[in-house]
Design a protein around this ligand. Structure first.
Ligand code: PLP
Length: 363
């Protein structure tokens, strides 16, 4: 199968803009005419510093980030932040609110519980995670140091389209799977963090955006290299940063700017997901049981009316170049991830395949 003839619907790592991969390939041996590969560049040198500064500037511009927010590029993936958040934001006897909306918020809750006292302010469990918990019934702890949400549940296909009011408690969001997919009202957040492997690219890199007044000295047990304060005080160069990942992220930020920024992404992501949800809702062969108002624009979870055909659907789609449509193992069913780099042509091709598959099975 040739790369130019496939559409990759993987949930993560997800599809990357082809232009970015081509540029990274072109520059692999000689990055920005330095005579060095990005893999060989000293992180303290001017060449890499320019690359990192440009990436940071582009990201700030894309998000219209106010000056009192810091940006960190950290290693370790989003799961590492599940532990680092309490250690960086709370005292050892601290308390935090968490909202349970599915697979990834449950993971964040389990990890935070190892460190601090966690109040699950609301949970979607009673509705089988088919919708976000109704805000009227959230039970926030007025003493909580922060309230954590998962803005897009990658495995369950749910997303916040309106931010909650946490009554003065700083809002912390795991934005791993919808970061940079739409404009953000950053001032509503205390901390935003995101594993890069969906809309930014290289797995292992995590972006952390933190409001200045929340910075404090991390717990003594927190590795210095993973302390927000230490990294900010050392200009994100306390130790060797994930250089190649930052370089690739910078290329993606530039690509996003060339595409019209986050407003353009949001409009395109809306068109792609609406096309697919509309087709599914109109069909009696496919179904999506997520509440319409809470459906993710990044991860469209659906299933077949005849679940025994699921494996055949995934395999036949793969043969047509439509890759990685199986649902998350913990959730089952099917899932099409429509990250920024998925084209509208990709979604059209998926819908055309779904029509043919349904017709072949008598619908
Ligand atoms: N949070 C969300 C919403 C995710 O989708 C994922 C991974 O897909 C993670 C956290 C975990 O990220 P990582 O594998 O980088 O630790």
């Amino acid at each position: 199968m040739h790369a130019s003839s496939v559409y990759n619907f993987a949930a993560g790592p997800g599809v990357m803009p082809r232009e970015v991969l081509l540029e990274a390939q072109r520059e692999l041996l000689d990055c920005r005419r330095s005579g060095m590969s990005i893999l060989e560049m000293p992180f303290t040198g001017a060449e890499f510093q320019n690359i990192a500064d440009q990436a940071r500037r582009d990201l700030r511009e894309l998000l219209e980030l106010p000056p009192h927010y810091h940006v960190l590029f950290l290693p370790g993936g989003a799961s590492t932040q599940f532990s680092l958040l309490p250690m960086n934001l709370l005292p050892p006897d601290g308390r935090a609110d968490y909202v349970d909306t599915g697979h990834w918020s449950r993971k964040a809750i389990a990890e935070a519980r190892r460190y601090v006292s966690v109040n699950v302010a609301a949970s979607g469990a009673q509705h089988g995670y088919s919708r976000l918990p109704c805000r009227r019934y959230w039970q926030l702890d007025p003493q909580a140091g922060y309230c954590h949400i998962t803005s897009n549940e990658t495995a369950d296909g749910l997303a916040y389209h309106r931010l909650p009011d946490t009554r003065g408690v700083p809002l912390v969001a795991d934005m791993t799977s919808d970061f940079l997919s739409r404009p953000l009202d950053v001032e509503r957040f205390g901390v935003i963090y995101a594993g890069a492997q969906k809309n930014v690219g290289p797995a292992g890199l995590t972006l952390v955006i933190i409001r200045d007044d929340l910075l404090q000295t991390a717990w003594p047990a927190c590795p210095a290299a993973l302390s927000y304060r230490v990294q900010i005080d050392s200009d994100n160069r306390f130790n060797t940063p994930p250089i190649q990942a930052i370089y690739l992220a910078g290329l993606v930020f530039r690509w996003l700017r060339s595409q019209g920024g986050l407003k353009a992404m949001a409009a395109r992501n809306r068109r792609k997901s609406e096309a697919l949800y509309s087709y599914i809702d109109a069909s009696d062969f496919y179904a999506c049981d997520r509440q319409v108002a809470d459906r993710s624009r990044m991860n469209v979870c659906f299933h077949l009316a005849v679940p025994t055909l699921t494996a055949e659907f995934v395999e036949q789609a793969r043969c047509q170049g439509l890759l990685n449509l199986q649902g998350h193992p913990a959730v089952g069913g099917l899932r099409a991830s429509l990250y920024n780099a998925m084209s509208e042509a990709g979604v059209d091709a998926l819908i055309a395949f779904m029509e043919t598959f349904a017709a072949r099975h008598g619908r």
